[in-house]
Design a protein around this ligand. Sequence first.
Ligand SMILES: [Fe+2]
Length: 129
Amino acid sequence: MHPLLEEEDHQLIYLLDALEKCISDGGSANQVYSYLSDFVILAKEHFKHEEILMEHYKYPKIIDHKKEHAELLKQLHILQRKLDQGSTPFGKEYMRMLRNWLDEHLIGNDRRLSNFLYQVNADSNNMAV
Ligand SMILES: [Fe+2]
């Protein structure tokens, strides 16, 4: 796997773990919001890096992959707006949704992309990102 993408994957998982711990420890709404914001910022960066690579190497499944990224970002923005307005607490249900999405995406589309990059020998540090 490309080292930068791998590092970002680990950071995303780390942030979700921290968010989950914050919720189960009864963290304040501000703390929860802060972790979620960090997650959104990192997810955007990570998706951008993947998309640059997909475009650069003409990845055949780019449309589906980008669609999944866009869908998650849409859901995250909806969630952020609800939290902003104080209309919903960030409960376990949202946590499960994020966790499921990330797990499925990492195992599915991201692994396929990683295999493709490996095949085109694009997993070195000398990359477009
Ligand atoms: Fe991805």
